[in-house]
Design a protein around this ligand. Structure first.
Ligand SMILES: C[S@@+](CC[C@H](N)C(=O)[O-])C[C@H]1O[C@@H](n2cnc3c(N)ncnc32)[C@H](O)[C@@H]1O
Ligand SMILES: [Zn+2]
Length: 334
């Protein structure tokens, strides 16, 4: 933990500021172990492994705990970086481009292994505070600790230990895994200062009826309940089918002039052609990610639009990404 993250922290119980109470171990500019304390209610929070710990996974509600355990394991396993992440991330936060981030104070709700945290830090944000409930924070911390402007904290998105000082907040692929996605969105938005901006990306209900009908029952009753280690191996079978379809059919068809006309009418083409350049490890990570989550909602465009209306955002840009998911970007009123 770098000392300067203190300027963004607030007690999740009473909202008062957070002080550094003790430093037990340092490594360069990182406080690796120590204690934080609330100036108001006096609650204390540990700094462990360089990360401020505001959530105790042992004490959190069962549903959230199960989700955090699944993803914690997942990101520790798939901790690699991939050059495709730049393009993929920019597609999720369109219409933003890297120059948007220069000098901004950014909040990331649910950072996983920190692949987007790293990119925003490199794109010149003044500071990015990345939050995740799971042990994935260990991976995010390790991959971003070289960046002076990157800060990783372990906390529940519903109880963010943060002040309302952010220029921009975003959440990618997280809200649909929460027990109440809209409340998670509102919690992230509540930390953005008036006039600031927000982005979110969620799974869509439209075009995903086949997942809801055929994949969800398997995920709910089987794959999210078995050990992640076993699922890691079992998920290689559906990955092999996906990999063959994207590399042998969807990729080549979409690259050829005549084939593209056929591909346009093929099952799930937009998404399958989008991921066709991804290598085996990345496709395995995507399949595993879908099957491991205990909670997943598919959100309709109508509901998603309502989220943005309810926060009274202006200049809202909503896009149907790959015809299977929704991305949104908007400005909070001054
Ligand atoms: C599919 S991953 C996406 C991670 C990252 N945004 C990315 O795209 O690489 C979902 C993440 O949400 C986190 N998460 C789930 N429930 C959470 C909660 N209640 N509070 C904070 N993070 C949560 C999980 O631990 C997981 O890392
Ligand atoms: Zn307090």
């Amino acid at each position: 933990m770098k000392q300067r993250v203190l300027e963004y922290l607030a007690c999740p119980s009473c909202g008062a500021s957070i002080d550094l109470r003790a430093v037990h171990e340092e490594d360069g500019n990182e406080i690796m172990s120590g204690e934080l304390g609330c100036a108001g209610c006096q609650r204390t929070f540990a700094i462990r492994g360089g990360i401020p710990r505001f959530a105790d996974l042992g004490k959190i509600e069962q549903e959230k705990q199960a989700t955090a355990e699944s993803f914690g394991w997942s990101w520790q396993q798939f901790s690699h970086d991939d050059e495709k992440y730049d393009e993929q991330f920019l597609a999720w936060i369109a219409p933003l481009r890297p120059d948007f981030f220069a000098g901004k104070v950014v909040l990331e709700g649910g950072c996983g292994k920190g692949r987007h945290t790293l990119r925003i830090a490199r794109w010149g944000a003044r500071d990015i505070v990345a939050v995740d409930l799971s042990e994935a924070v260990e991976v995010a911390f390790a991959s971003t600790r070289g960046m002076e402007n990157a800060h990783v904290i372990q906390a529940d998105i519903y109880h963010l230990p943060l002040k309302r000082v952010f220029d921009y907040a975003f959440s990618i692929g997280v809200l649909h895994h929460l027990p109440n996605p809209r409340a998670g969105f509102e919690s992230v938005v509540s930390k953005v200062k008036p006039g600031g901006h927000v982005s979110a990306w969620v799974y869509g209900a439209e075009h995903n009826g086949w997942i809801v009908r055929f994949v969800n029952p398997v995920r709910e009753h089987l794959t999210s309940r078995i050990s992640p280690r076993l699922l890691f191996h079992l998920s290689k079978f559906p990955t092999a089918v996906l990999y063959a379809a994207t590399k042998l059919v969807y990729g080549p068809l979409n690259r050829s002039t005549y084939g593209a006309a056929i591909a346009r009418h093929s099952f799930y083409n937009d998404y399958l052609s989008f991921i066709s350049p991804f290598n085996w490890r990345e496709q395995h990570s995507i399949v595993f990610d879908h099957l491991v989550a205990p909670t997943t909602f598919y959100i309709s465009g109508e509901d998603f639009e309502e989220w943005w209306r309810d926060i009274k955002a202006t200049d809202v840009v909503i896009g149907w990404h790959n015809k299977n998911s929704w991305r949104g970007f908007g400005k909070l009123s001054d």
